[in-house]
Write a protein that binds this ligand. Sequence first.
Ligand code: PLP
Length: 426
Amino acid sequence: MTREHLIKPLLSAHYPKIDYGKGVFLYDEHGKAYLDASSGAVTAGIGHGVQEVIDAMLAQAQKVSFVYRSQFTSEPAERLAKRLSDLAPGHDYWSFFVNSGSEATETAMKIAIQYWQEQGRLGKNKVISRRMSYHGITLGALSMSGHVTRRRRFIPLLEELPIVAAPYCYRCPYQLSAASCGQSCADDLETNIKRIGADHIAAFIAEPIIGAAGGAVVPPAGYYERIKAICEQYDILFIADEVMTGIARTGTMFGMEHWGVEPDLIALGKGLSAGYTPIAATLVKDRVMEPILAGSQIVMSGHTFSANPQSAATALAVLDYIAARQLVDAAEEKGRYLRQKLERIAANRAIIGDVRGKGLLLGLEFVADRASKRIFPVSLGVTTRLVERAQSKGLLVYPAAGGVDGEGDAVIVAPPLVITTEEIDL
Ligand code: PLP
């Protein structure tokens, strides 16, 4: 084996070398174009090479790029915190800035535990989650994740595998239909709270629409309303992991708006900077901050780069661009168009079992047999081969795990929100 100077996730792979990007396209060193139909990892929400963002980045760099969060605040960081609070459901959130979605969910976990500690309820220190979930790759975030393949190597370091049922209507864990659905999967949260004991649980975390661990899985009507009611009944905080769904992706600014639910904490990442810089955030409701402010007044979480003015200014420029181009509405409208096209393709492709999602966060699940929904043998590596084949033909889609235990095949189709109908046709 030769030594690589650049560590790649799959050491044996030969990744194309990207030269530049413009709009929904990336171009490699040989000039080959790739239609970025996944926005990378559902990240490049406004497309590549946006001049307004580049100008804002340059302007901030000419002032100051970095100040340390324990010594200074900065105008862009304060403005970004205010903007996110104004945009979020209920409009009363504090922001803790971090650098990745994993840090955002892990910070949410820590603040949820601290919320109870400050009130003397020291036993409430578990954050529970669903079987089909991905909340990040750092150990705290991975502990909350049910993504089997990403956990496997680190099981001794993790909490037990999350087991709350997922709202996976295509393979309903209760064999119910849309007509007979009574949100039994939401009631499974209550069953698990009773099993573990509410006195041991600080919070429940869920992705509004399941991403990497399911392929854009949307819950049934009424699901999140029921989840929130159960959390309130048992004194458990509700964390919405909006790392993938947040910032206009699903046709609303926050995914949870589809269900009119105000989470106690929200994790944001990916689309917040649309990939122009690493920045993520944990939003915390005023009422969750109250006991902390009345108590220790310290949140023992933060990173060297947290709230740096360069990243904050970049995220502000992205939010300005989204507002100026009305990309929340565009996600809804273009999402509807793309979905119709995908459904038309699915109609005469027997291996596409399901087309799902909201806005421009869409998923396709692949099956060996459509009638029985039988999955392909894992050994065939269908998702990997499909994603690689698409990439070789100049189309980027994001691999997801299909099936309850990640044993199935799915991809996410989530192009930048600026995509045109002509580009969707292509
Ligand atoms: N949460 C969700 C819902 C995600 O989709 C991801 C990444 O895919 C993460 C958290 C982790 O984010 P990051 O990869 O930026 O650490």
